[in-house]
Design a protein around this ligand. Structure first.
Ligand code: DGL
Length: 283
C-alpha cells in the first residue's frame, strides 16, 4: 500500500540531488543501544552532526512483530528525511533484520545497518563453537538465518535469545546483582555448550560488556561491531562525496518516550549536557 511509483521516483531523485556534506546523519534504535554505534561514528567522523532517535515508546523491538518494526522504522526515517539527513544508520540489529530492505526500497538515501558479527566470530573461534546473544526477533529473522548460512560453515553456532535484557539496560541498570543474574542466565548456557567466542548481536549489549566478560572469563572472546559500522558509513559517505571534513560535529537526541527517562539513562552512561527533545507524533 502507499506511495505511487511516480511519486516515489520523484522523492528518490530529489533526495539524491539535494544531499550535501553539510547535512546531518541520522542514527536510530529502539533506545540507547545505538549509542554504542553513535560513539564509534562520532570517533571516526568527528565533524559530522548526528541526529539520534531513541524510539523508547516502542521498546523492545526484539519482542515486536516484523510489521510493527517496519512501521516504526518508516516513521523515524520520514522524520529524519524531513531534517535532510544525508545517510541513516540503523543502529539496531533487530530493525536491520526486519526493516532495512524495505527502507532501501522506499527511500533513496544510503542506509547502513548492523548485523551480529558472525563472520569474525567464526574466524576467531578455536573451540569451533560460537555463541550469539540477540533479541528474539533477530534470532527469528530470515536475515539472521541467511547470515549464518553464509558464514557458518565449519563451526557450530549456539544462540541465546535474550528476552528482557534490552529493557533492563534501558532502565540504566548496568551493573549490580540483578543484572549479573540476568546475564548469567543467558551467557552460561553458551559456555556450557563450549563457546569460546560470544557475539553481542544487539546494540544494547555492549553497554554491559564488562559484566559479560567477567561471567565468560578470560579465555572467551567477546565480539561487538560498532567500529565496522562506522567504517562502512565513512566509506559510503566518501564514495558519494558526502563526508564532512571540517568544522565542529555534534549530537542531538529525539525520543518517542520520556525525555526525562532518556536523560537519566544517558547520564548513567556518562553522557551529559546533551540536547534531548520529543519526537513529534506521527500523523
Ligand atoms: N538494540 C536493539 C538491537 O540491536 C534492540 C533492542 C530491543 O529489543 O528493542 O537489536
Amino acid at each position: 500500500p502507499g506511495i505511487a511509483p511516480k511519486v516515489k521516483q520523484a522523492l528518490h531523485s530529489s533526495a539524491a540531488t539535494c544531499a550535501d556534506s553539510e547535512h546531518p546523519i541520522g542514527v536510530f534504535d529502539s533506545g540507547v543501544g545505538g549509542l554504542t554505534i553513535l560513539r564509534a561514528v562520532a570517533a571516526s567522523l568527528p565533524h559530522e552532526m548526528l541526529l539520534y532517535v531513541a524510539d523508547t515508546a516502542y521498546l523492545p523491538y526484539g519482542q515486536k512483530s516484523p510489521d510493527e518494526i517496519r512501521r516504526r522504522a518508516r516513521v523515524i526515517t520520514r522524520f529524519l528525511v524531513a531534517r535532510q539527513v544525508k545517510a541513516i544508520v540503523v543502529a539496531c540489529n533487530t530493525a536491520t533484520a526486519m526493516a532495512i530492505d524495505a527502507l532501501r526500497g522506499e527511500f533513496a538515501l544510503p542506509f547502513i545497518g548492523v548485523e551480529p558479527a558472525v563472520k569474525p566470530a567464526f574466524a576467531a573461534t578455536r573451540s569451533g563453537v560460537v555463541g550469539v546473544l540477540a533479541t528474539p526477533a533477530t534470532m527469528d529473522s530470515a536475515r539472521f538465518r541467511a547470515l549464518v548460512a553464509r558464514f557458518g560453515g565449519g563451526a557450530r553456532l549456539v544462540t541465546q535469545a535474550c528476552a528482557g535484557l534490552a529493557e533492563h539496560i534501558e532502565r540504566g541498570e548496568l551493573d549490580g546483582e540483578q543484572t549479573e543474574q540476568l546475564l548469567r542466565g543467558f551467557v552460561e548456557p553458551l559456555l556450557c555448550a563450549g563457546a569460546d567466542t560470544i557475539v553481542l548481536g544487539c546494540t544494547h549489549y555492549p553497554l554491559v560488556v564488562e559484566s559479560v566478560r567477567r561471567i565468560a572469563g578470560p579465555d572467551v572472546t567477546v565480539i561487538e561491531n560498532g567500529g565496522a559500522v562506522a567504517r562502512e558509513l565513512s566509506r559510503q559517505l566518501e564514495q558519494r562525496g558526502l563526508r564532512r571534513t571540517q568544522g565542529e560535529g555534534g549530537r542531538r537526541f529525539h525520543v518517542s518516550g520520556s525525555v526525562a527517562g532518556l536523560r537519566k539513562v544517558l547520564t548513567a552512561l556518562g553522557e551529559t549536557n546533551l540536547g534531548v527533545e520529543s519526537l513529534p507524533e506521527d500523523r
